[in-house]
Design a protein around this ligand. Structure first.
Ligand code: GSH
Length: 239
């Protein structure tokens, strides 16, 4: 199998976590934004990552990939057999991929506007060193307009909703090891993947690991949530 990805995409992280949970190996193809997406379009008929190539099958979209893997490699199951639990997992996964994902993306954009290390580390691997330096070196005052515009949005209802939802998740994950039932499920992996945009996990390596969105990554109320995420992904990173 081959996984076409952007390294720092939360949806690609979700697929990597599903693969690791199922003990599956893939080779990874890092897609260059822009030009690389033309080749991806020729391969899959659309331009977004993640895309999984499994033999003759080409599957786009993290949920479709998770379903494909669940079908092909049923064990360990990431979807409960019980219909009600399964419905809960799928609802939570969809929430993580939509509302949580857009809140996390916005918060990260604002943080990157203010943090030169973060914005140059988030550039694609293929970025030439001089361009990387240029982006990192852009004065924060120059990006002030963008930061303020995003800040307006981040401080707005969307951000308050994100903060409230994260606090609810922190309470939930302090009380139980898994979001649904008593086993790891796709809901846990989808939520953990989006959290990687707010505080980067160890697997990102230096300089991103442990770094994140200030006010969220360093909020003591959210510590149980990031500890839960770290406990959940540690065995998968070793797998
Ligand atoms: N619903 C899709 C979302 C995938 C997605 O948003 N991918 C982003 C990267 S995080 C992308 O490829 N963006 C490039 C573009 O839209 O051109 C999934 O679950 O896989």
């Amino acid at each position: 199998m081959q996984l076409y990805q952007f390294r720092h995409s939360a949806f690609c992280e979700k697929v990597r976590l599903v693969l690791a949970a199922k003990g599956l190996d893939t080779s990874v193809v890092e897609v260059t934004p822009g030009l690389g997406q033309l080749a991806l379009f020729r391969l899959s008929g659309q331009r977004q990552v993640p895309v999984l190539v499994d033999g003759t099958e080409v599957i786009a979209d993290s949920t479709a990939i998770a379903m494909h893997l669940e079908h092909r490699h049923p064990l360990p199951a990431l979807l409960p057999a019980d219909p009600a639990l399964r419905a809960r997992v799928l609802l939570l996964e969809d929430w993580a991929d939509t509302a949580l994902a857009s809140g996390c993306r916005l918060a990260l954009l604002q943080a990157a506007a203010a943090d030169p290390v973060l914005r140059s580390a988030l550039l694609p691997d293929a970025t030439p060193a001089p361009l990387r330096q240029l982006v990192g070196g852009l004065p924060s005052a120059w990006l002030g307009g963008m930061g303020e515009a995003l800040g307006g949005m981040v401080a707005g209802p969307g951000c308050r909703q994100l903060q409230t939802n994260l606090e609810q998740l922190a309470l939930l994950t302090a009380a139980q090891p898994f979001l649904v039932g008593d086993q790891l499920s796709l809901a846990d992996l989808a939520v953990a993947a989006q959290l990687s945009l707010l505080r980067f996990p160890e697997s990102c390596g230096a300089p991103l690991a442990g770094r994140g969105v200030s006010g969220v990554a360093d909020n003591p109320l959210l510590e149980p949530l990031f500890s839960w995420r770290d406990r959940l992904v540690a065995p998968l990173a070793r797998a």
